[in-house]
Design a protein around this ligand. Structure first.
Ligand code: BG6
Ligand code: MG
Length: 218
């Protein structure tokens, strides 16, 4: 079958939530006396909640009990949920609806491939959930990005073979996961950070409809 499938990451690709993850992790790190920079934040993008906390503790050379670890995970998520509580369509990133609608008009299979356990709730809040044929999120996988599991599961759900899938990602871990899955990786963000991607655009505003149409015919 020659159908091309399109898999979207969520945070930082579809919605502008990467800034809320950053704020919540920064507050948590600082409360433990650990500095947290934008560069370190890049290493957490696309990374699971548990792995993110492990990395922060590693940067600060801190060891804590399992109980405290669980409590911090809850604390981080509670702060994040407060940020996204009042989220609506205005936080959909520019031109995402144009690209999704173009794919829908052409009956291209569309999946979500996100590390977030909050993905379904966010898609409902911004009223995009109905645009997706399949959703794979942090509740559905055992191995986090850069492991390819989230994308290979998404490909299976939309019944498209991996090398006919296109992935949109804003994180280094996500680009690596897409490449390991043998998919075409499109980076949304900065060239110097996402250089492992096959194509890189600052945002969907830079992606022409002709480019997407070409990908559909790949
Ligand atoms: C990814 C984000 O999409 O989801 C990460 O880029 C986040 O920053 C991860 O840690 C897990 O998300 P959540 O919402 O389950 O904590
Ligand atoms: Mg992301």
């Amino acid at each position: 079958m020659n159908t091309v499938g399109f898999i979207f990451d969520l945070d930082g690709v579809i919605v502008d939530t990467a800034k809320y993850h950053f704020l919540a992790w920064k507050n948590l790190a600082n409360s433990l006396g650990i500095d947290f920079s934008k560069e370190q934040n890049e290493q957490l993008k696309g990374v699971s909640r548990i792995r993110s906390l492990e990395k922060i503790l590693g940067w600060g050379n801190k060891t804590i009990s399992q109980e405290k670890f669980e409590a911090l995970l809850d604390e981080k998520n509670e702060e994040y949920l407060r940020y996204i509580e009042s989220m609506d369509e205005s936080e959909i990133l520019p031109d995402v609806p144009r690209i999704l609608n173009l794919l829908l008009e052409n009956n291209s299979p569309i999946a979500l491939g996100s590390a977030s356990k909050n993905a379904r709730a966010i898609l409902k809040k911004v009223d995009l959930i109905d645009k997706f044929n399949a959703i794979v999120d942090g509740n559905d996988v055992t191995k986090a990005k850069p492991d390819p599991e989230v994308f290979t599961n998404a490909a299976e759900k939309i019944k498209v073979i991996p090398n006919k899938c296109v992935v949109f990602e804003d994180s280094v871990a996500g680009i690596q996961a897409a490449k390991k899955a043998n998919m075409l990786a499109i980076g949304i963000g900065e060239k110097d950070i996402l250089h492992e991607a096959d194509h890189i655009f600052k945002s969907f505003e830079e992606i022409s409809s002709e480019f997407i149409t070409k990908l559909m015919k790949n």
